[in-house]
Design a binder for this molecule. Sequence first.
Ligand code: FMN
Length: 390
Amino acid sequence: MALSRRGFIKTLGGGGVVLAASGIGLTQCDRMPASAVEGWRGPGTDRTDPREWALAHALLAPNPHNLQPWIADLRTPGAVTLLVDPDKVLPETDPNGRQVLIGHGAFLELFDIAARELGYRSEITLFPKDAAPVDAPTAMLPDYPVARIAMVRDPNIERSPLFPHIFTRRSCKEPYDTERPLTAAHEAALRKTHTDQAIALSVARTGDLTARLRTLTRDAMMLEMQTPRTLKESIDVTRIGASEIERHRDGIDLHGPFFWWLKAAGLMTPEKAMTPGTMAHQGGIDYALGWAGATPSFGWIATAGNSRAAQISAGRAYVRLNLQATANGVAMHPVSQLLQEYPEMAALQRGFYEATGTPEGRTVQMLFRLGYAEVPPPSPRRPLDAILRT
Ligand SMILES: Cc1cc2nc3c(=O)[nH]c(=O)nc-3n(C[C@H](O)[C@H](O)[C@H](O)COP(=O)(O)O)c2cc1C
């Protein structure tokens, strides 16, 4: 779950909070701290080790709840060992770490694209010790290195046309223009980028299926919010206000005058967010209802089976699609609730598989909104040094 300003504005309605905020000169207050988003300006000139240069791009990858669940061990010269950070996982909504590994797949893809730009080939060995069993609990993932990457100079390596879009890629979590479904030309551009034949890409641009998916994604979001332990998991990683964001540089970030005011008034506490009937709880619901209704088109990618390697491939494919969407001015936003493996979600998930006609044995790894909206600002990232082991 992620929250945005607009849902809360709706909740506040004409209640005078906006006036109160601007009346006391807060319109400029509580901005995103520059340090939290400095990663989007690219690696500093001091990053002369090509591994660090590529990693500074990789950490801009999309990932669940923006916890950035990666550690890069550089202790072997010329190589990177990629590991799961045990403190950055979500065991309630991602009980087997499937989504964590999708995030790692996106990380590896951005690493590879960046390395090419520098004239290096990334030789990636997945799960150099062994892969975690696919039904292993999330907490076990840090025991299984995700990949060993060797960077090899290669004068013939092909640059990726997706490279420039790494810095402007976003997960756009806002309502989309309901009058503008994804165009056929933009669907074709996504399909052209999607070169992994082992992963099925499906797109519902218009029609009954999009209406069904709007209902299903909304119901799944509501279920997540009505299930106390899954709601709490999101609330625990929500950073409210510039100072909290600056301290963590991860998680779900809420800032600006509205949130500043709510927090100062004691209306935006974790306890309030857990309590139905409060403004903090209702704001989250209104946010979810807002985006679910304002989604003209959807896409999803599915793998045959659900191996750990398939999860990595799905992450790689997803971020390529996200970069291509960026290139075309298409907004994209993963909505994962329906795909999550906790028992309460099983019935809605079956409904989703039936609605999309996903054949037995396939696993939908990512479901995402598609459409057109204003490009949102970047989300925080921890500094490169925070993920390095040297
Ligand atoms: C496996 C996976 C699942 C995700 N699921 C959701 C989701 O359900 N809802 C959501 O708002 N964002 C979801 N996201 C997007 C992340 O929240 C987003 O990548 C993160 O906040 C960083 O923002 P950015 O992509 O704009 O850099 C998901 C991303 C990944 C990789």
